[in-house]
Design a protein around this ligand. Structure first.
Ligand code: NI
Length: 159
């Protein structure tokens, strides 16, 4: 278990499309453990593998601080509704902006044992899933910001 270096906007690795995971190797498990450590250390609610420089379709998400999800090869099956609110990203430190996302998503993924599962999510968890899945396709939330990118410290109640 280790804290990995979080890549920041401007680095090429954040613009690439990630590859499907075919099997969970000891290295993959180490990566997942490190991603969780790195996310918690940075007080983030989600982290995608390219943010630590690895082009694999893996994300970790925990919007409550005690209920982590590991999503391997995640795919959105359904989405509906709309939510508009502040978003931030560990790869864009100190910034925030307003992004509209679906208010509900249903996602299919594999867990850290390659067991397939479905997850239904609303509100912040749905937002986090959409944000992290965008990373796997080389996209950052700043591409979707409505209005200016702001300094997080200027915005109270920033999520
Ligand atoms: Ni992000």
């Amino acid at each position: 278990m280790a804290i990995r270096n979080v890549r920041e906007m401007g680095e090429e690795v954040l613009k690439k499309t990630c590859k499907e995971v075919k099997e969970i190797t000891p290295r993959t498990r180490e990566l997942i453990d490190d991603m969780l450590d790195t996310m918690y250390e940075a007080c983030g609610v989600g982290l995608a593998a390219p943010q630590v420089g690895i082009l694999k379709r893996i994300v970790v998400i925990d919007v409550t601080g005690e209920d982590p999800y590991v999503l391997v090869n995640p795919r959105i099956l359904e989405q509906s509704g709309e939510q508009t609110g502040y978003e931030a990203c560990l790869s864009v430190p100190g910034k925030t902006g307003i992004v509209t996302r679906p208010n509900y998503v249903k996602v299919i993924a594999h867990d850290e044992n390659m067991e397939q599962f479905e997850l239904e999510a609303t509100e912040l968890l749905a937002r986090a899933i959409c944000h992290e899945l965008d990373h796997l396709n080389g996209h950052l939330y700043v591409e979707k910001v409505e209005g200016p990118l702001m300094n997080a410290e200027d915005v109270e109640g920033d999520e």
